[in-house]
Design a protein around this ligand. Structure first.
Ligand code: HEM
Length: 458
């Protein structure tokens, strides 16, 4: 691990006095396609594309995000300071995600509204809060059952296997009954179409389908919210959200609860699932990683993995997840809207502009990580490595919007990987690669591709 891995310090500064350059002088990248702009490059080769443009045009350049949107890319670890939301806001995220998330989800709010929305439930997502609501007991049951289905000789489609397992885990935590899970899956897939930005009043259009999905989900979520409110049930995670009070002593409204619940499921499944999937691909490719995981699981056969304390017996499984999310961060770029003039690398950026930090590049920045291009879970082990710095966890964002589900994601992945090691070795099974690593797609998510597979061998 590099010695220069201290936390990111804000490099955003309010200037205005003597800007070396202004927004108008920021180079606009050539080669934009009609309608699609630079989306093709961003989708298929974000890291190389950003590096090439950095070399040609300097560390601050404007790219076309397609469909009339553009943003200013800022290269380097310093770019993480846009996430501190001191001179920026989440206004651009609000505009993009309204069809799926509505206008009350914490991720689209700023300032006091954000603090109230997040503050009311943030304790429930701390390790203590998750333990109190026995959330890890629920997720462990789900992973144990899915992994038992995976544990049979033959090909395993990791995309489907991990996505369904993590989706079921978060839905069960949100109170969905086991028998209803497949209906919830299909409605959430409909909701995801809302990210395409098409008009919602044309029957059959993606946004129209997303609206139907949202209606179905909201009806059921609302019924559960009302039941929990009436019964005063505070024992489960949803109960703690419904009964929590914000900094003004108020309970969350139905709208806020619905928007945040949809956000939790959307933010909390494909991200974690994809990261677990990449970790499993590496386990199948590198027998020494598999052996290390199996040895660790065997050394604590009775450790109870339904609490954070119990999970601490599996540092290698956790390190595997951390390295997987570093190497393949599902959210590869983060954007913010500039609220007050700011400056990077001597370039001044005016209010109203959208700025972007390429998390995929920061996550492999050699100033943060030694041998950054090598997949090596060991970097997360050893003395002092249990609490990574803010820059090292940039895959989960930063500032006030830092991923609320961070502890849950680490715990779920560790549970899943320990389950794989325990159940597979109990049946004399191990993992084998079926070919080269799948081709990466960086945008809108670096999700595990649909053809990502491994072979389970006896
Ligand atoms: C590998 C797994 C995950 C990754 C890489 C990830 C990444 C992120 C990122 C990059 C953000 C945006 C932060 C920002 O804008 O600064 C975020 C926000 C968020 N994530 Fe996660 N996430 C993961 C898992 C989860 C899980 C399991 C949950 C909950 C079930 C969750 C819930 C949220 C929520 C609610 C927010 C919005 C927080 C706010 O606006 O205050 N995430 N996540």
């Amino acid at each position: 691990m590099s010695t220069s891995n201290s936390d990111t310090t804000a490099s955003v500064s309010r200037t205005g006095s003597d800007p070396a350059a202004t927004t108008s002088t920021i180079p606009t990248l050539p080669g934009a396609w009609p309608l699609l702009g630079h989306l093709k490059d961003i989708r298929y080769r974000l890291p190389e594309w950003a590096h090439e443009n950095h070399k040609k045009h300097g560390p601050v350049f404007r790219a076309d995000l397609g469909f009339g949107a553009n943003c200013i890319f800022i290269e380097g670890v310093d770019s993480l300071s846009i996430l501190n939301n001191r001179t920026t806001s989440s206004a651009d995220i609000a505009a993009r995600s309204e069809p799926m998330l509505g206008s009350h989800a914490m991720i689209v709010l700023d300032g006091k509204a954000h603090r109230k929305s997040r503050g009311a439930i943030s304790k429930s997502f701390s390790p203590g809060g998750l333990d109190r609501a026995e959330v890890l007991r629920t997720t462990e049951g789900v992973f144990a059952s899915h992994v038992s289905d995976w544990a049979q000789p033959g090909e395993l489609n990791l995309h489907i296997a991990t996505r369904d397992a993590v989706f079921d885990a978060i839905c069960r935590v949100a109170g969905v009954k086991p028998g209803e899970l497949s209906q919830w899956r299909s409605r959430f897939r409909m909701l995801l179409l809302g990210s395409m930005g098409t008009p919602e009043d044309i029957p059959g259009s993606p946004a129209w389908i997303a609206k139907l999905g949202r209606k179905w989900l909201d009806k059921r979520l609302l019924a559960e919210i009302h039941r929990i409110r009436a019964e005063g049930d505070e024992s489960c995670l949803l109960g703690s959200m419904v009964h929590a009070r914000d900094e003004d002593g108020a309970h969350a409204t139905d709208e806020a609860l619905l928007d945040n619940l949809r956000l939790l499921v959307l933010a909390g499944h494909e991200t974690t699932a994809s990261t677990i999937g990449w970790a499993m691909l590496y386990l199948a490719r590198e027998p020494k990683l598999w052996q290390r995981l199996v040895d660790e699981a065997a050394s604590s056969p009775d450790a109870d993995i339904t609490s954070f304390d119990g999970l601490s017996a599996f540092p290698f499984a956790e390190a595997l997840f951390r390295e997987s999310v570093r190497f393949y961060p599902p959210i590869t770029m983060e954007t913010r809207t500039v609220e007050q003039e700011l400056s990077f690398h001597g370039v001044t950026i005016a209010p109203g502009e959208v700025v972007a930090s390429a998390i995929a590049n920061v996550s492999r920045d050699p100033s943060l990580f030694d041998n950054a291009e090598v997949f090596d879970p060991e970097r997360w082990l050893g003395e002092g490595r249990r609490t990574p710095s803010k820059a090292e966890t940039c895959q989960f964002g930063g500032g006030p919007h830092f991923c609320l589900g961070y502890h849950l994601a680490v715990a779920e992945a560790t549970q899943c990987l320990v389950n794989v090691a325990r159940q597979f070795t109990a049946k004399g099974l191990s993992l084998e690669s079926t070919g080269p690593l799948p081709k990466l797609r960086y945008y809108p998510l670096l999700a595990l591709p649909g053809n990502a597979k491994l072979r389970v061998v006896g």
